[in-house]
Write a protein that binds this ligand. Structure first.
Ligand code: MLT
Length: 257
């Protein structure tokens, strides 16, 4: 289904009945990453998945897609569906968007689960990497995407999961260069949202022990500092693929709680 935001079509799915759960995908992903979660969670809940700006079937609106603008597209979908309050699960960039949403619309938040995500802004190093990636995207997009996708998985799993990695790559390569650059800029410019996270009553962090993007120790410190319950999984950045069954269990519990 589609709703218009700033003259651009925003794609979403709406499955099941009950208290609403919103699932937000990460960078270079789209709402299909949640298929298994939707199947499980929609048995007891209404589940809304949204293709964020420049991803999946949703168009681009500018040269920078800030996390706040992405949050506004989420609000547009919820408004269309007359949903006042929801529990959010955000994978990586989806978590940044969920926090931007919580800051803008605190009354619409029931809870947030940050899955392989963080409330922190980029480190200086990550910021520089993003600037480099932006330049490379203009010159050699396919190589960049192929490389970046493999790097999301735990190193020791890359061979075993080669088929799954290929599927993620195929989806990622559907994203236009413009969408890649706009989301990269949006993530690079995002600010620290630790206070926003702390203000949410029902909150959870899920982290991969071998996440090549988000260092486990740093996420663990963040969880301690913000007093956020933390679930440790044995995998990399892609919990929904690398630790599918454990993740389903954790998310089902979180939504029920
Ligand atoms: C993602 O998976 O959404 C990205 O890796 C997040 C990021 O680059 O910070």
């Amino acid at each position: 289904m589609i709703v218009k935001f700033k003259e651009t079509a925003v794609f979403y799915t709406d499955t099941g009945k009950g208290s609403c759960v919103v699932l937000l995908h990460g960078f270079l992903e789209n709402s299909t990453m949640w298929n298994a979660v939707v199947e499980e969670v929609s048995k007891r809940n209404r589940v809304v998945c949204i293709d964020l700006l420049g991803h999946g079937n949703t168009g681009c609106i500018g040269y920078i897609h800030s996390m706040e603008e992405m949050a506004m597209t989420v609000k547009a979908v919820l408004k269309e569906l007359k949903i006042r309050k929801a529990t959010f699960v955000g994978h990586s960039m989806g978590g940044y968007v969920a926090l931007a949403f919580a800051e803008k619309y605190p009354k619409s938040i029931k809870g947030i689960c940050l899955m392989n995500s963080t409330s922190q802004a980029d480190s200086e190093e990550r910021n520089k990497l993003r600037l480099r990636a932006k330049e490379m995207a203009k010159k050699n997009y396919e190589t960049l995407v192929k490389m970046s996708i493999a790097n999301l998985f735990a190193e020791n799993m890359r061979l075993v999961l080669s088929k799954e990695i290929e599927k993620v790559r195929v989806e990622a390569l559907k994203i236009p260069v413009r969408g890649y650059i706009a989301a990269t800029e949006g993530m690079r410019l995002r600010e620290n949202k630790e206070i926003v996270l702390q203000a949410i009553d029902k909150r959870l962090m899920i982290a991969g022990k071998q996440d090549p993007i988000l260092n486990y120790k740093i996420v663990e410190d963040e969880a301690k500092r913000t007093n956020t319950p933390l679930i440790e999984l044995p995998n990399g950045h892609m919990s929904h693929i690398e630790a599918k069954n454990e993740l389903l269990k954790v998310l089902t519990e979180f939504v029920k709680s």
